[in-house]
Design a protein around this ligand. Sequence first.
Ligand SMILES: Cc1ncc(COP(=O)(O)O)c(C=O)c1O
Length: 398
Amino acid sequence: MTISASSKVFADRIGRIEVSATMAVSAEAAKLRAQGVDLVDFGAGEPHFATPRHIKDAAIAAIEANFSHYTVVPGIPDVRKAIVERHAADFGSDYAIDEAVFTTGGKQALFNTIQVLVDHGDEVILPVPYWVSFKDIVQYAGGKVVFLETQEAENFRITADAIEKAITPRTKAIILNSPSNPAGSIVSAEDLERIVHLAHERGIFLLLDECYAYLIYTGKPVSAGSFTWAKEHLIILGSLSKTYAMTGWRAGFALGPKPVIASLSKLQSQSTSNATSFVQKAAIAALTSSQECVEEFRAELLALRDQMLAKVRAIPGVTCTKPEGAFYLYPNISAFLGKGGVKTASELATRLLHEAHVVTVPGEAFGTHEHIRLSYPVPKQNIDEGVRRIAEFLAKLE
Ligand SMILES: Cc1ncc(COP(=O)(O)O)c(C=O)c1O
């Protein structure tokens, strides 16, 4: 069959989404690398640490024991038990095993949750800047994204007042990601409680992406899951990717009301079935063993944040908010737009890649036009070298 652009081959829904911008950047960078170009990579959204030994050992032991067949779709009872017990111990939540599903990465938990809840025309409130996939996943389901602007001068902080103003009779869900990708902003404990009230009273689902919950540099990790009285409208989306340096393993989960979790499981049963069997065993080891590795990762990431923030803020013309969590900087590069033929953040990121050999992700991917995202889990010397290259490139733009 010849696929022509004019004939209607593809379903409308695939036309509503774009290739994930971070993945597009990685693909472009991979091409240059294959040509032998020495790149400094601030593009990847993942920690540079190795997966801890005890987690790898658990997977190896599971493979050796031939734990390599199908499992029940939502994950074996032990992995769901480990998820609910870890969350209860760390955040004071109160979920039962059948209120948890183990998924192929946090992204699947998010994707399936949106697919089972959001219908055509339903509104979903999404604070800006947002992680690339939230917008596209809602649009894929036919939902309408209601963008909620935040103020850079206030560290892109999301407030209950702003959320309340964005609610309409069509609001089906609110997405919160705290600490956030890309700005590392957090929702204060007071605002979080008010937002939970707002959502619960109106029957709106609150989707809490806790992917970076443990990577927080101000105060203790918090979760709306502790507000057990609102459980009916809370869906916690978790991931082991960043917490335990397990991005490639694809391990995530959702916690929520039993009927929602049953629907997630139903959808999963018709798509990917169970997440990889031996990854479930590795996840049990990650969640039930000592959490020392998480604290070690957090401390190292905090040191890298401080190192990179100081260097980036020292570049003349660049300003940067102080991220309170996650592992990205989101510097404002508006002073350079209009210089040297660079009109947009996307063009700047492309020129940085090809001319300065530094991988960054343009702000357009996150809903803003004056920023680039820099991911800082890289060896220390790469921070010095990469920021030096960026500074040198920007200084030459006239
Ligand atoms: C905010 C946010 N949520 C979810 C994910 C998905 O993580 P994973 O599918 O690897 O668990 C990411 C990954 O970058 C993220 O930044």
